[in-house]
Design a protein around this ligand. Sequence first.
Ligand code: CA
Length: 414
Amino acid sequence: MEITRTKSALVVALFALAACRGAPEANVPPRPPVESRAPNGAGQTPAFPEQTRAPERNANVAFEVVTVAQGLQNPWGIAFLPGGRMLVTERPGRLRIVHPDGTLSEPVAGLPAVDGRGQGGLLDVALDPGFASNQLIYWSYAEPQDGGRNNTAVARGRFVDDAAPRVEQVQVIFRQTPSLSSRAHFGSRLVFGRDGTLFVTLGERAMTEGRMQAQRMDGLLGKIVRIHADGSIPGDNPFVGKTGVRPEIWSIGHRNVQSATLHPRTGELWTVEHGARGGDEINIVRAGRDYGWPTIAYGIEYDGTPITGNITWKDGMEQPLYYWDPVIAPSGMTFYTGDLFPAWRGSLFVGALERTHLARLTVDGERIVGEERLLTDLQPERERIRDVRQGPDGALYLLTDNPDGRVLKLVPKK
Ligand SMILES: [Ca+2]
């Protein structure tokens, strides 16, 4: 249909308005959503119109994909050391220093054993906010227990950065309880808040026994917790002092959260959570809130049956800002704030394991108003993206989830 002059003027005015609100590619006309497949949750209605299938908005940024390093076995988490080097975890249990020229160090010695079965192993890594003076690093992992049980745990140690890199004075500062016999849903992103407290995202272990505890307050399955860097409990956590409630809990009702980052302006914790078939969701995770799993959810079970009572909303439970049906299987996320890609500033990037790609979301306040799929043709073998972070140089760094995994960086095309 021909667009009338009046409509064109209106469209221009709307884009000008959007530009004033800071969406960087607001002058790019929105297109139909990037997702064209039928949703799994047939008959489910979003709680508000923009909650899913945002219009495609392409920033049309020309970038190059540079392989920084390769030969990493299923890398999972990355942290940037001073001086251009990186710490990268390999899921089977190794932590390596990656040099800017792609050289890999020997595994850092001194880490405790991990349970590397299934989705388990050595997972995220983070530097202490005061790393320059205390050399403390933190890592999350699947901790083996007797009888095939395991749990997500977080340890810290002093990083000794010499010819034989190692961690010393290792302390386990957090253990998810109860342990279960499961190889899945370990959650595990580590994010320091601006006040120096540490958020740990968790899962419900992908079994009924764990799932049914995501709403229970006396255990840590299906929760996000907030602790001090030494593992002690912040006095201003939402449930401190409540009888029968674990004081580590920050929020409840999560399925499995493998993407988390702070919003660069508000400092709030944003996450992307793995749903079942058709329910990956973005949330702003606030103190004491209930994010609904498994009582409410979009999508269906993997076997095609309804989740719980096929309920997608309930009073007292948070709605996601955005959800994907079908899923993208999100892992790793960052808001882009750097100088290398001015057109990407303010965008939210999310790694996708399913339909391998890098999702770039246009964010307007607390709404997702555009979606773009980058790296849909990443080779070899359409590599899954496990983590995405902004480096100190303003490049976007990715980890690919492969037995021969890579560290990639996106830089402007010359
Ligand atoms: Ca939810």
